[in-house]
Design a protein around this ligand. Structure first.
Ligand SMILES: Cc1cc2nc3c(=O)[nH]c(=O)nc-3n(C[C@H](O)[C@H](O)[C@H](O)COP(=O)(O)OP(=O)(O)OC[C@H]3O[C@@H](n4cnc5c(N)ncnc54)[C@H](O)[C@@H]3O)c2cc1C
Ligand SMILES: *[C@@H]1O[C@H](CO)[C@@H](O)[C@H](O)[C@H]1NC(C)=O
Length: 596
């Protein structure tokens, strides 16, 4: 289904890129119009080729993962997968896993404790972004007839920058959507698309400003003097709407700075959408008589489809048998456990997240949360919805989905207060769930799995642990050693996942695979630190990540997958350690950051 959708989208892109050449009235300029069109097409083509390359790469790595998994099922000797392929190891060490400089990647740059300046893209991502910038510069300036005739140069650049800015709107809007079909197809996460979205948007803004400036230069040269420029701004709908659209684009760029975006996310989102609508509206009128309007149309259709998909998913998920409700339970250490009773059965895979809407707390806003636990229960009713015995009734499955949520300062804060004020610290509210999203990683082919979690990041790992322990017991995964390292501030935080952990610890053959190391960074006294058993150990302080990875590497079975979900500095540490060991054994590094 998602594949068909993607191809449909690609076909749409091709048609857009295939826009017929517009001769124009002026014979002499027809060539430039043709070239503009060609450059627009090349832009889409290059992006398409990049996507195709990623697709093939991912297909190959999935295939090798699949083979590895199959090989480890029948044969317990996974030694063959222990050593890395040197070329791929170097590629991972120096490009794919490498931060731009030294070790910093996810830890935020901060002006003060309150104002973050954002994170640095990785080396690979930086290269990608550089490619995007270079490509745009090239398609904007190539084939322009420098240096003479000067008049033509400004006019050609004006037309070119305008055309390229509009064609870029198509990938720009596709990248912004949570239902972007390229996420499952290319296995590229939403946060990477988001990064590309931001950079492409900056490029579009610069192109639209350049478009305006070249128009002015042309106007001044052609007709002599600024009064003409002023007159056309007042007198022409084309120019006026264009100017307003440029202003909206610049405003979009200015209000999207990382610090502002993260500090006031909801406000940001609403202002962002309104500004986009304004910009697109004025652009639409601006392009009334130009073939480039088609590009805007395609971009708008892509955006509309995404919105429609969200709405359809929301309706489908929440209007089944009854409606969705959520029980919110306040826990010690500013966290809450949310159990969503779904209106329909829902199968979750590890690593997926969903968006939660709670109108009574957050109105129409939605927030992403990883699914920590899901359970299906059979419920028997007759047609009137009364619960009956097994005979003569319609049986249907109901699913509950549990989340672990850390209290922050917006929606999650209000929700926490709501729960805390209620009797027993628990409140039941109407909710809507939208999903599932994500799930682009599989750990099934690793003989050795090492997971690092900081605080509430544990919620991302729980389903993987459950899946691997179950898979180990029934022989469907490669995992022979699974180690969880969880860093928390105080032992009371263990309560967050107690019911799920109890269930995992009681699973069949769990002791053969799973080991848990708990690190308590701020114990009140040493008596609190007690190791419950040999497979669940508790230590005071922070983990020595290098030593832990070394220990696993020494006893490594098969390939090793290292997954981390926590704050930026934990991720950066694990990333550094994994990079350093690339050439000595096969280690894959997987990161989830809970932010974009
Ligand atoms: C894929 C993913 C999975 C996540 N899983 C979990 C989880 O399992 N448990 C958990 O506690 N948290 C999780 N988060 C983080 C969680 O979404 C935010 O903490 C929550 O939305 C904050 O809401 P708030 O209004 O209280 O935020 P604020 O206090 O206003 O902001 C806190 C931070 O959350 C970000 N944020 C706020 N609203 C949103 C939004 N609608 N979408 C995206 N980011 C937002 C802000 O940019 C800011 O950095 C996840 C985030 C992502 C992207
Ligand atoms: C710029 O585009 C307009 C509208 O398509 C066209 O009429 C004009 O000839 C073009 N000028 C140049 C220099 O390409």
């Amino acid at each position: 289904m998602k594949h068909q959708f993607a191809f449909l989208l690609l076909a749409g892109l091709a048609v857009a890129a295939e826009e017929k050449r517009d001769g124009g009235k002026d014979e002499g300029y027809a060539l430039y119009n043709f070239l503009d069109d060609k450059m627009a097409r090349i832009t889409i083509l290059v992006l398409g080729c990049m996507a195709a390359f990623v697709y093939v790469w991912q297909l190959a790595s999935r295939f090798s993962g699949h083979l590895r998994r199959l090989a480890s099922l029948t044969n317990d000797r996974q030694r063959f997968f222990l050593l890395p392929d040197m070329r791929i190891a170097r590629l991972k060490e120096h490009l794919l896993y490498a931060p731009l400089f030294r070790t910093r990647h996810n830890r935020e740059f901060q002006l003060s404790r309150a104002v973050g300046m954002g994170t640095l893209p990785s080396r690979f991502h930086s290269l990608l972004l550089l490619g995007l910038v270079v490509m745009n510069v090239v398609v904007c300036v190539v084939t322009v007839p420098y240096p003479k005739p000067q008049k033509t140069v400004a006019a050609v650049l004006r037309n070119r920058t305008g055309t390229i800015a509009t064609i870029n709107l198509i990938p720009l809007l596709i990248m912004a959507g949570r239902n972007n079909p390229l996420i499952p197809l290319l296995r590229v996460s939403f946060d990477t698309w988001n990064l590309l979205h931001r950079w492409l948007a900056r490029i579009v803004v610069l192109e639209s400003v350049a478009h305006m400036l070249f128009w002015m230069v042309d106007k001044v040269q052609e007709e002599g003097g600024w009064p003409v420029v002023q007159k056309s701004i007042k007198g022409s709908e084309l120019i006026l709407t264009g100017l307003v659209a440029v202003i909206a684009f610049v405003a979009l760029a200015l209000h999207s700075f990382s610090a502002l975006r993260h500090a006031f996310y909801e406000t940001f989102l609403h202002v962002h959408i309104l500004l986009v609508i304004a910009a697109m509206g004025f652009l639409w009128v601006h392009l009334k008589e130009f073939p480039q309007q088609t590009y805007v149309l395609v971009a708008l259709i892509a955006w509309g489809l995404e919105r429609f998909a969200r709405f359809a998913i929301l309706l489908y998920r929440n209007l089944g048998n009854g409606i969705t409700t959520a029980v919110v339970e306040a826990l010690p250490g500013d966290a809450m456990r949310i159990t969503v009773k779904m209106a329909r059965p829902w199968n979750f895979e590890p690593g997926q997240h969903m968006y939660l809407y709670m109108p009574s707390v957050g109105l129409w806003t939605s927030h992403p949360f990883s699914v920590a636990w899901s359970q299906a229960e059979e419920i028997y009713t007759d047609e009137k919805g009364l619960v009956q015995t097994r005979q003569d009734v319609l049986a249907f499955q109901k699913a509950t989905i549990s989340l672990l949520v850390r209290r922050r300062t917006g929606f999650t804060d209000k929700l926490y207060q709501r729960a805390e004020r209620s009797v027993g610290g628990t409140v039941s509210l109407k909710a809507f769930a939208e999903g599932p999203y994500g799930s682009i990683h599989s750990l099934d082919s690793y003989g050795t799995v090492l997971m690092f979690a900081g605080g509430v990041g544990i919620t991302h790992h729980i389903p993987f642990i459950r899946h691997l322990v179950a898979g180990h017991a029934d022989g469907t995964v490669a995992a022979r050693r699974v180690t969880l390292v969880w860093v928390i501030q105080s032992p009371e935080h263990l309560e967050w996942i107690r019911p799920w952990m109890t269930s995992i610890l009681g699973m069949e053959r769990r002791r053969d695979v799973l080991r848990i190391l708990l690190f308590i960074t701020r114990p009140r006294n040493t008596r609190e630190i007690q190791s419950p058993s040999s497979t669940v150990q508790m230590y005071p302080g922070r983990p020595n990540i290098g030593a832990l990875v070394d220990m696993e590497a020494e006893n490594q079975i098969g390939a090793m997958g290292v997954m981390v979900c926590g704050n930026g500095s934990l991720s950066d540490d694990v990333r550094r350690v994994c990079r350093k060991r690339q050439t000595s054994s096969h280690i894959d590094y997987i990161e989830e950051s809970f932010t974009w």
